[in-house]
Design a protein around this ligand. Structure first.
Ligand SMILES: [Zn+2]
Length: 464
């Protein structure tokens, strides 16, 4: 039988009354029926954020069979038999989309703290080489739990060990995992590395299940020599691609002139470095790396011309402003990228560079960084980047929103301050961006199933 989706309330302006969020600890009723696979449940909060422009006071959203079936006011009245989970003092918002992270590095948090970019990279690489598969599996499992506790229900992960996809699968959330490959030396035979990559892509795809897609990443232009890029492009057509690019001045110098700290490290290892006389974005474009839906991560050094190239190729951006600030590499050009027409997402990067892994902090930092560049973006824009636009940038048009028919990924977030202004949708979104934090997340649903709550319950058995 066809499922009917209804919206009980068109989106209308919120009350003009100022609202004080109630203190943490309000009673929340969570009947066990919430955990039934496919069982209907209605979630109620002081506000329901369906999208950045649609915020409903005293809103309710109904989940069934992994999808949102109804959203608006008084949904519960129409379904008197359904369990209702009430979160007074909370806003119910779409599950967050983390457009770039490295789950396998979670347990290496603190590595190279305070080092300049090139030395930091060297230190991280040394630490990674000293660890085994079990370490990365444990790290990825811890990482995905941290992400979920912070309200993330979809992740785009760079995997160097080939284990994060099962951590995402087993945690019951969705994602895309880009298997990394490193081909530094233009004079080496890259066939064994690319044969291994092919077998990894096949294995990971078989292991991933329906909610995790597998792609590839050549890591960064300084770790992807021209012959290897050409081989990857010709051999892995149609495979989703991501790459760190235009992240730091050192990377730009490496590609453009073959100079700088990264080039020095490479020469010390006896590896040839070539001056390409172009930007990293142009270098990858010359090698035909970009195709529609490819993901360009960081872009702090990208020029207007670079952004125009990416827009023309249909490339999406993932910005990680906290990581960029911690490493001191630059401020991402969020305004310019959006104006150029790129779909944009926000990512935490790894726990090594942005230790808290807090997407609310990324939203704030994106707004602040844009103001520092005198090219401001709004709170609604960064909220969209962390929800619906971030999802679209990864190829998912059915999540990052709480509209009838969308995937039932949601977060209950407690806010402790007053909502400024007149209680309009933009005021609620501003409050989320400026006041929200990962540790204020009260509950998280993925495909309609509660997978974490702050009430001490343990839906996934994480506490043993
Ligand atoms: Zn990264």
């Amino acid at each position: 039988m066809a499922r009917r989706f209804r919206s009980r309330s068109s989106c209308r302006p919120a009350s003009s009354q100022r609202r004080r969020w109630s203190a943490r600890g309000a009673e929340v009723s969570m009947p066990a029926t919430d955990r039934r696979a496919g069982g209907a449940v209605i979630v109620r909060g002081d506000w329901l954020v369906q999208s950045p422009r649609c915020v409903i006071p005293e809103g309710e959203v109904r989940f069934q069979d992994g999808r949102v079936t109804d959203a608006g006011r008084e949904v519960a009245r129409a379904f008197p038999g359904d369990p209702v989970l009430s979160f007074p003092g909370c806003v119910i918002l779409p599950g967050l989309i983390n457009a770039h992270t490295h789950l396998e590095l979670t347990l290496l948090r603190g590595t190279g703290r305070g080092l300049p970019f090139a030395r930091w990279l060297e230190k991280v690489a040394r630490e990674v080489l000293g660890r085994d598969r079990e370490f990365f599996e444990q790290s990825a499992r811890m990482g995905v739990r941290e992400q979920i506790r912070g309200g993330v229900t979809t992740l785009a992960d760079h995997s160097a060990a080939g284990v994060s996809h099962t951590a995402i699968r087993d945690a019951g959330v969705s994602g895309v995992v880009y298997r990394e490959v490193f081909c530094l030396d233009p004079e080496a035979d890259h066939t064994p590395a690319l044969d291994f990559l092919a077998s990894e892509l096949e294995r990971m795809t078989q292991e991933s299940g329906a909610d995790v897609r597998i792609g590839l990443s050549c890591h960064a232009p300084y770790n992807a020599c021209s012959p290897a890029l050409d081989a990857v492009v010709s051999r892995f057509k149609g495979v989703p691609r991501s790459i760190h690019v235009a992240e730091s001045p050192e990377e730009s110098a490496f590609i453009r002139s073959g100079e700088g700290a990264l080039a020095g490290q490479r020469r010390e290892r006896g590896i040839a470095v070539q001056a390409h006389r172009m930007s990293p974005v142009e270098y990858l474009d010359n090698r035909s790396y970009w195709h529609p839906g490819s993901q360009a991560v960081h872009l702090t050094q990208a020029s207007q011309g670079d952004l125009a190239v990416l827009a023309a190729r249909g490339v999406c951006a993932a910005f990680c402003p906290v990581s960029n600030a911690v490493l001191g590499v630059g401020i991402p050009p969020v305004r310019a990228a959006r104006d150029a027409g790129l779909l944009c997402g926000l990512g935490t990067d790894s726990a090594i560079s942005s230790e808290r892994q807090d997407l609310f902090e990324e939203m704030r930092m994106a707004v602040m960084g844009s103001r520092l560049r005198s090219a401001p973006v709004t709170e609604q824009e960064v909220f969209a980047m962390a929800t619906s636009e971030g999802a679209a940038s990864l190829g998912w048009r059915d999540r990052g929103m709480l509209e009838p028919g969308s995937r039932a990924d949601a977060v209950a977030l407690r806010l402790t301050g007053t909502v400024p202004g007149e209680g309009q949708p933009e005021d609620i979104i501003s409050a989320i961006v400026w006041q929200g934090s990962a540790c204020q997340v009260e509950a998280v649903w993925s495909a309609g199933r509660m997978i974490w709550n702050a009430n001490g319950e343990d839906p996934q058995g994480w506490n043993g």
